[in-house]
Design a protein around this ligand. Structure first.
Ligand code: HEM
Length: 327
């Protein structure tokens, strides 16, 4: 996501610089605070003393983040002013910050630095954990069900082959892979309660009266495993999304919410997950470690990760070794 936003890479063992470290520390703290319950919200009297000290930490973190993102924006402004007009407008090399800065030149009152920093923030907060968590659950499920892993690989092999890496344009042909991702999102939706919604007006839903300003938490996890809606709901079966059976599924699969406040990054998320997972299957043979079953316990956080990080064995596929060498 950072590469899209700023053309930088902050992860990977080759990254040792201070900027990358600072970013990782910030993101770790964001994840930690995002998932914590603030007792002040439930017992407002505690706000007087900021009982757990969470709000103070949030204010400090907000300042740190703001400074970090401002530095990124300023750095791009400097690069743009020193580059030639021609290279500045070279669309293929543009990062998201560049695109927003070029819009700032046209509409400075709308595309302020504040707006640019907010977009960066929302993309990082909403677009990273959701996608990476889905990848980890998908790989866990495929390892648990080797026959589905094999089917996904056979599909890639048939449609992409072994002479090149799969790319974005291949994804439309990889239906089984997409179905496996949908089935992962059904069983392990990264945001199982969506984001809290609030009714702007009084309304009636399925005979229930909902007053104005009611907070609505949608239990997606239960909807996705409801036996009234799904055949064999507990079973991982990507095939359910192919063929006739899928025609009956409309509003049952909602990993990205629905309606006006649904996830605006859903298509990007699916693509990123499809590309990463597809590449991992295309290039490596995967095996679980030892005889015991893969633990599928979930951790209770805002974006639900595995309770234990997935550990697996992988070895490059013989047919892909030359390509991997050239990377
Ligand atoms: C597999 C990947 C993803 C999943 C499962 C996912 C899921 C969700 C869910 C469940 C919501 C709440 C919807 C609701 O409450 O009705 C949401 C909101 C949102 N997502 Fe995603 N998301 C993913 C990827 C992304 C990406 C890649 C981005 C941006 C780069 C993104 C940006 C957002 C934003 C900005 C919101 C808030 C929308 C609003 O409140 O109007 N998401 N996402």
């Amino acid at each position: 996501m950072l590469r899209t936003i700023a053309g930088k890479r902050y992860y990977g063992k080759e990254v040792v610089d201070q900027e990358a470290k600072q970013f990782q520390i910030i993101m770790r703290e964001v994840t930690e605070l995002q998932g914590s319950s603030n007792l002040n919200d439930f017992l407002p009297v505690l706000q007087w003393v900021d009982f757990q000290g969470l709000e103070k930490r949030m204010v400090i973190l907000k300042k740190k983040m703001d400074m970090f993102f401002q530095n990124l924006v300023d750095e791009h402004k400097r690069m743009r002013s020193s580059a030639s007009i021609q290279s500045v407008n070279e669309v293929t090399k543009m990062t998201l910050i560049d695109v927003m800065l070029s819009l700032q030149e046209i509409e400075p009152e709308f595309y302020t630095d504040e707006v640019i920093k907010s977009v960066i923030l929302v993309m990082l907060l909403a677009g990273t954990e959701t996608s990476s968590t889905t990848m980890e659950w998908a790989l866990s499920l495929l390892l648990k069900h080797p026959e589905t892993m094999h089917k996904a690989w056979a599909e890639i092999n048939k449609n992409v082959g072994q002479a090149r890496f799969l790319d974005e344009s291949d994804l439309t042909k990889l239906n089984y892979l997409q179905n496996a991702i949908d089935e992962t999102l059904r069983l392990f939706p990264p945001a199982p309660l969506l984001i809290p919604h609030e009714s702007s007006e009084e309304c009636t839903v399925s005979g229930f009266h909902v007053g104005q300003g009611t907070m609505l938490l949608v239990n997606l996890w239960t909807i996705h495993r409801d036996p009234k809606l799904w055949v064999e709901p507990e079973r991982f079966r990507p095939e359910r999304f192919g063929g006739v059976e899928a025609e009956g599924y409309h509003y049952q699969l909602l990993p990205c919410g629905v309606g006006r406040r649904a996830c605006p990054g859903a298509a990007l998320g699916r693509r990123v997950v499809g590309l990463a997972l597809g590449a991992l299957i295309q290039c490596f043979e995967w095996e679980k470690i030892g005889e015991s079953e893969i633990n599928m316990l979930e951790e209770a956080e805002i974006v639900i990760p595995r309770a234990e990080p997935l550990e697996a064995l992988c070895k490059p596929r013989q047919t892909m070794i030359n390509l991997l060498y050239d990377l």
